[in-house]
Design a protein around this ligand. Structure first.
Ligand SMILES: Nc1nc2c(ncn2[C@@H]2O[C@H](COP(=O)(O)OP(=O)(O)OP(=O)(O)O)[C@@H](O)[C@H]2O)c(=O)[nH]1
Length: 887
């Protein structure tokens, strides 16, 4: 049995580091290259001798190295003496005691000449186990290293896949969505070369889908991350991790025990690796730092569509900017606007360009244009044919409008079945021997003007009902003004002729004053005497209407796709949105796709005024439509289109455009706007006015004075005037005709104010005729000056009047708007008309004098020099402010 050991084994046996043993062997004259070389018994003896010599011992106990002892064997007797052995080197150099515990007999003469010391079974067993354990450890290390490598490769593969997918998606999105942006960016990069270098980086990705760190050139990163080891390894972390794992495996493989330092190193390496792994995978999840954090390669140039007007906030949204940024940009351009204000197209385009973006007009190929093309095609295709007239009935309160409409409906509408009842759907049509007539059955001019203000011209003829026993009244005059403004011919129905005090001549004469001249007076206006109660003269009225319609030569294309206007609409619980429409062109059929204002849909069913389902409706015929997506507004137009897609697109675009037009409407009615337009064109500008005054005398005076202010540049037309508060009807007239409203000692009621606000009507209150004339004169002559405006700061409603022996009449009131302040002038209003102007005498709350009383609070008001205040009156508190007029 060979007793040769490798140097490593021997080192373990004598518990000496391998290096040290090698060094000692070398010093003993036996240089070895590797720890795995075998040491013969003779060499061991030689080493022992050397060691003894080095430690000052004689060779007495042992034969000199290389010589055989006489007995033929060398016996190292057990010694309890310790021997020193130096281990380690440098700083770690230490001396340890070596105790020889067993007797070792070295027998020369073995076949290989090696030591023949017999191994005990125990030792052999230990060595075997050690060998096995070492092998197992090595295997385990290798297995772990292999697993780590496999994991790393898998992770790398997955990261690569994710990165490629993200890259592909990004490239696809870039290519599709920012073609224009890229062009602009390229164009810009030509003009601004400093921005260019970022670009090739991006292209680099496309060209090399697998670069380890493609987002930025490596050099940049290295420079940026110099001294930051973590960052350095990030880009190719997976590979490095693999190498490290391999290193670990190699470093620790073959080592049965790990020194504390090694253990610590290993633990830290592993624990350091773990978070790094997770960081690495996190990184790759967000695109390996490329997709998630890629810098924009060029400024994003947005293309925004700007219509005729846009609010600052909408524009900011389109530009993906804060409202304040756009306001700032506008400010720099000299335009003062808040985020809620609207700016016109030109200003919007300038600011968009100033901000580095591109403004475009809404595309010509938009859905609305497609629709218009379709409508025009349809309109041009068919032959024009005569169509029935559409009539609106107007007149003063109680003159018999409803009675007349009901009489005609009751007696003339053809009900399908016996006993069929006509229904109020907003309109109906009657068939007479001479022709068909359609009536809009919402009497009064409010409905008429609201339609007109929406741009809907439905009415062909206005029938103005005047009670023969009452004559021309304020609303009769208003109706004349409205019809005239809309350029719609009038037919006068002199009603209540059955009454004994009926005086048709008086009516005709009074109308003459309004420049409405009866035929028998040599004029053009047909006047029919009738009774809505008895029906006398109603047929003559129908004849007169048909005659007028012949004169008007009312024509429409009777076939092809229908279009028209919504008369009335509602949300029916059972049937959904229901709209009564008046077909104005073509023929509307069940199953048609239509766009109706901002709504769209497919006609599910059509009903006529008797509640019967009909298959179709032609020009001038009102019909109820079911099947719309929502409730349209009265006055909205409707158009039948080829398919649902177009209907939907148009509806959506209209929604956007409706907003725009609302904005435009809100600006532009002001008197100053008219003035601003002066001089822009050669033609004379027109300033329309609606004047309301407290008394007839003031109204007449204003009318004449204002009309007389016209000059070469501006024509001032009082298109409406009257006595009394400003009503909804006045506001409608002003809004529709783009007129300014002048209230002379009168105020607008709540419903009028709503229309005024919604339409941006320029409403001005005055109490001195001279002020009105002066202001309009200044506008007419183009002179800008200061104006005194009366700002109403609060209004109180009188609940009850108390008589006080000391203070006189005290109006127990509640402040309904703003604030009432002591020391400010006040006006007393009755039926929205000023009845007194003066000063506030006292203002009290619970017996205490107060300086001001706010909205919603009760108070006692004493008006200086006036004790005729009544419950129901309004007390208006105002202040006079001098303001510089601006354009
Ligand atoms: N004697 C007589 N009375 C009539 C005639 N027409 C209407 N009346 C009456 O006049 C009153 C008012 O008639 P309406 O039809 O309600 O008048 P209106 O113009 O519609 O009134 P508003 O809806 O309040 O604007 C009613 O009492 C009718 O009965 C008529 O020809 N002769």
């Amino acid at each position: 049995m060979s007793q040769n050991n490798t140097i490593r084994q021997l080192a373990e046996l004598v518990n000496t580091p391998v290096d040290k043993l090698l060094e000692q062997l070398k010093e003993a004259g036996m240089p070895f290259d590797s720890a795995d070389q075998e040491v013969t018994s003779a060499q061991k003896v030689k080493l022992l001798g050397f060691l003894r010599r080095t430690h000052g011992r004689g060779e007495s106990a042992a034969a000199p190295a290389g010589t055989e002892p006489a007995s033929g064997k060398i016996t190292l007797s057990r010694s309890s003496r310790k021997q020193e052995l130096t281990v380690g080197g440098g700083k770690n150099k230490a001396t340890v005691d070596v105790v020889v515990r067993k007797k070792v007999v070295l027998k020369p003469g073995a076949s290989d000449g090696a030591s023949t010391r017999p191994m005990t079974d125990e030792r052999a067993e230990i060595l075997r186990k050690l060998e096995e354990s070492k092998q197992r450890n090595l295997d385990e290390q290798q297995r772990l290293a292999a697993t780590d490598r496999a994991r790393a490769e898998e992770r790398q593969r997955k990261e690569e896949e994710v990165r490629l997918a993200a890259e592909e998606a990004r490239l696809a999105a870039e290519a599709a969505a920012s073609e224009v942006a890229t062009q602009v960016a390229e164009a810009e990069s030509e003009t601004k070369p400093t921005r260019a270098p970022a670009k090739p980086g991006t292209h680099g990705h496309a060209a090399h889908p697998h670069p380890p760190k493609p987002a930025r050139p490596g050099g940049q990163d290295d420079a940026r991350n110099a001294g930051n080891a973590k960052h350095k390894t990030r880009g190719s972390h997976v590979m490095v991790a693999g190498v490290e794992d391999d290193d670990n495996a190699a470093r620790f493989a073959g080592k049965l025990h790990l020194s504390a330092a090694d253990r610590a190193r290993r633990t830290t390496t592993t624990s350091r690796n773990k978070p790094r792994h997770s960081r690495s995978s996190d990184q790759s999840r967000t695109g390996g730092g490329e997709h998630g954090f890629q810098r924009p390669t060029a400024p994003v140039v947005r293309e925004v569509t700007v219509g005729d007007a846009i609010t600052v906030s909408d524009l900011a949204q389109k530009l993906a900017l804060k409202g304040g940024d756009v306001v700032k940009a506008l400010f720099k351009m000299g335009v003062m606007a808040t985020v809620t204000q609207s700016i016109d197209h030109d200003t919007a385009v300038l600011v968009v360009e100033e901000l580095g973006h591109k403004a475009v007009r809404p595309s010509d190929s938009d859905a609305e244009t497609e629709l218009l093309a379709q409508v025009e095609d349809a309109g041009q295709q068919g032959e024009l044919a005569q169509r029935p007239p559409v009539v609106t009935i107007m007149g003063h309160v109680d003159h018999g409008k409803t009675s007349l409409l009901d009489y005609i409906r009751r007696t003339k509408v053809a009900t399908g079945e016996a006993g069929g009842i006509t229904q109020h759907i907003g309109a109906y049509h009657v068939k007479t021997a001479k022709g068909t007539i359609s009536f809009l059955d919402t009497p009064g001019h409010a409905a008429f003007t609201s339609m007109r203000s929406r741009g809907a011209k439905l009415t062909d003829i206005v029938v103005l009902v005047v009670a023969a026993d009452d004559g021309v009244m304020p609303q009769t005059i208003e109706a004349v003004q409205h019809a005239r403004a809309a350029k719609v011919p009038l037919i006068i129905a002199i009603n209540k002729m059955d009454k004994s005090d009926a005086d048709p001549m008086r009516v005709k004469n009074e109308l003459l004053a309004q420049e409405v001249v009866a035929e028998d007076f040599g004029g053009e206006t047909q006047m029919v005497e009738l009774s809505a109660k008895s029906g006398q003269g109603v047929d003559e009225l129908l004849d007169a209407i048909l005659l007028q319609s012949e004169v008007l030569e009312l024509k429409a294309v009777p076939d092809g796709r229908a279009s028209g206007t919504v008369i009335e609409s509602a949300l029916d619980k059972g049937r959904g949105p229901v709209a009564t429409v008046l077909v104005q062109r073509g023929i509307l059929r069940k199953g048609d796709y239509l766009v109706c204002g901002v709504q769209y849909g497919r006609v599910r069913a059509l009903f006529n005024e008797t509640g019967e389902q009909v298959a179709e409706a032609g020009p001038s015929i009102p019909v109820q439509v079911l099947g719309l997506s929502g409730v349209p507004d009265a006055g909205d137009d409707f158009v039948v289109v080829a398919d649902e897609r177009l209907a939907k697109d148009v509806a959506q675009q209209r929604e956007a455009k409706r907003r725009e037009s609302r904005l435009i409407k809100q600006a532009g009615n002001r008197m100053e706007d008219v003035m601003a337009q002066m001089g822009q064109g050669a033609s004379q500008q027109v300033l329309n006015l609606v004047v309301k005054a407290d008394v007839h005398g003031s109204m007449e005076a204003l009318r004449e004075s204002l009309s007389g202010l016209s000059n070469d540049q501006i024509r001032i037309t009082v298109i409406g005037s009257g006595v009394g508060g400003i009503t909804e009807s006045d506001a409608q007239l002003a809004a529709t005709s783009k007129a300014a409203l002048i209230g002379f000692n009168v105020r607008a009621d709540a419903s009028a104010r709503k229309i005024i606000d919604a339409n941006g009507v320029d409403l001005r209150y005055f109490s001195i005729i001279y002020d009105v004339i002066d202001q309009v004169k200044q506008i007419a002559s183009g002179v800008l000056g200061k104006e005194i405006r009366e700002d109403i700061i609060g209004t109180a409603e009188v609940q009850q009047v108390f008589r006080h022996s000391k203070f006189g009449s005290i109006a127990g009131s509640i402040v309904v708007e703003g604030v009432i302040r002591r020391g400010k002038p006040v006006r007393v209003l009755r039926d929205d008309t000023v009845i007194f102007t003066g000063d506030l005498d006292s203002l009290r709350r619970f017996q205490e004098n107060v300086d001001e009383v706010k909205h919603g609070t009760e108070c006692g008001i004493g008006v200086k020099g006036y004790d005729q205040v009544r419950a129901g009156d309004k007390i208006e508190c105002f202040e006079r402010v001098e303001v510089q007029r601006t354009l």
